[in-house]
Design a protein around this ligand. Structure first.
Ligand SMILES: [Mg+2]
Length: 190
């Protein structure tokens, strides 16, 4: 069975973070207002520091996330033809100690929502380039570098800066939804 690496945030589930920032600041930002990867970049440095303290003490973002349409159904079907690893980062460089709680939140969410994934195949790391999987799915181009025969980039606002030509040079294909991912990976497994 071929090995398949799947990222969690903005690949399987998304959202919640902007909602948290809006609740904290009492604002109404939309994702289209935020050009960078980090939503909190809308704040100045001092405000950001206070927000991060609040965030790690009070918020479990995985109680607010939404599943990307069809992600869970497709992954369950793929789990019959691929050996699946959920690979997700949890260390926040700005709060190295406090961000350990994210490992628990992520682990719990995966256990609850993806019972067909072997818990031993949940990999919590930011160093995704060490992962030797045949197929990789992620919304960040940097996580798709290194080993891998098929690399799929989940289309998200923050990765629009990569042109199709550039992705092509890196051996990466941009994908727009989980039905498309399913079709590609079923064909590949035959
Ligand atoms: Mg991600």
């Amino acid at each position: 069975m071929r090995k398949l690496m799947i990222d969690l945030d903005e690949t399987i589930c998304e959202g919640g973070y902007l909602e948290t920032v809006n609740e904290y600041l009492k604002t109404d930002y939309k994702y289209t207002d935020i050009p960078s990867y980090y939503v909190e970049d809308v704040m100045d440095e001092e405000e950001k520091e206070k927000f991060l303290d609040y965030f790690y003490q009070n918020v479990n973002i995985y109680q607010k996330v939404k599943v990307i349409p069809k992600a869970l159904e497709v992954i369950e079907k793929l789990s019959k033809i691929y050996d699946i690893y959920i690979v997700t980062a949890f260390v926040d460089k700005r709060r190295v100690k406090e961000s350990s709680i994210m490992a628990k939140y992520k682990y719990d969410w995966i256990l609850e929502n993806m019972p067909y994934i072997d818990p031993k195949k949940i990999v919590l790391t930011s160093s995704k380039d060490i992962i030797m999987c045949d197929v990789k799915i992620d919304d960040k181009v940097s996580n798709l570098k290194g080993y891998g025969k098929i690399k799929l980039l989940v289309n998200q606002l923050h990765n629009q800066k990569f042109s199709l030509e550039e992705l092509d040079r890196l051996g990466i294909k941009r994908v727009y939804n989980w039905e498309q991912i399913y079709d590609i990976l079923v064909k590949e497994s035959e």
